[in-house]
Design a protein around this ligand. Sequence first.
Ligand SMILES: NC(=O)c1ccc[n+]([C@@H]2O[C@H](COP(=O)([O-])OP(=O)(O)OC[C@H]3O[C@@H](n4cnc5c(N)ncnc54)[C@H](OP(=O)(O)O)[C@@H]3O)[C@@H](O)[C@H]2O)c1
Length: 323
Amino acid sequence: MVFLNRVFSVRPAAQTGFKRTSERLQQTSNARIPYSGQQGHTFLRNDHSHRRLRPLVSTPKKLAPGFAESRRTVVAVAAQTSATESQGTNPYAGIKAFVAGATGGTGRKIVEELVAKGIPVRALVRDKSKASDLLVDGVEVVEGDVYQYMTLPKALGDCNVVFCATGSREPLDPLGPFTVDYNGTVNLVNVAARAGKVKHFVFVTSIGTDDILFPLNLFWGVLFWKKRAEEALQRSGLTYTIVRPGGLKNEPEDGSGKGNVIMKGPNSFGLPPREQPGSILREQVAEVCVAALIEEEAANKIVEVISKESADEQSMSDLFAGV
Ligand SMILES: NC(=O)c1ccc[n+]([C@@H]2O[C@H](COP(=O)([O-])OP(=O)(O)OC[C@H]3O[C@@H](n4cnc5c(N)ncnc54)[C@H](OP(=O)(O)O)[C@@H]3O)[C@@H](O)[C@H]2O)c1
């Protein structure tokens, strides 16, 4: 998405006189959209006087629901199959991942990160012939289109976590953001929710989705539609992590290092008075996405991520806990 890179490379004027409102605002979006009939999650009511969602009932959440159970299962299976195998200590054991957008820049990095963690992957592609490089051990390539609902249940198969890193590829198609970024994601969310076995849905969107004035919306309201898709996920009852990156890069700029990840709550970066949106490597976004599966503080959060060389290095646990 060349146009996205262009927009993110435009740096807003430095902030001096503004008191940052992100700390106040981050709680607004980092909340479950009111949803009825769900157990073990935070229920919310809309408190109009403060324009924020406040919890009505909050039950402690130790781990993305289901993983405690799948971990136990895996420990038992590992003990049966081999006493020497270290499966029981692998926090990712028992996970099978579905990646939509697997041929894209970030999707490929997510697949690589999953494979590196030993997690079996089903990679959704629209055209298998363009995905030969994804065919590595541990990756099963399946064809489908997020806009074609009926292609998705079979493609999802027996996966129990979902990553969505899709994005409209056609900057000149006015319906692209509605079709792919919104409708396609809603299809995927619905299929995941109905499957009944998906324990976590990780969704890559973008910094700026809370801000209708963010310049990217000039491209057929792409951030508006991403935000609507985020809300559909939040309402779905699925455990989710929404990862909003700044400008995406494949390589560090000449002469600079990767930098360290900075993670903040929703609406922290963007137009003034927010912080400058900055950028981040796709591989770092992938690391954040995959870590979200096992970090209990990642469940049901929206996080905005950029990277900076001047930032202190932090563990994923500390990054998620800080939001
Ligand atoms: N570029 C940036 O600076 C930036 C910044 C912040 C956030 N983002 C967002 O981050 C996400 C990842 O960005 P990226 O640049 O890494 O992605 P990308 O390279 O543009 O890849 C997009 C992926 O979506 C897939 N896709 C498009 N329409 C689809 C459909 N109907 N069904 C199934 N798959 C479909 C594409 O598949 P095909 O290969 O078949 O086309 C491709 O795999 C996107 O949501 C993007 O908007 C981008």
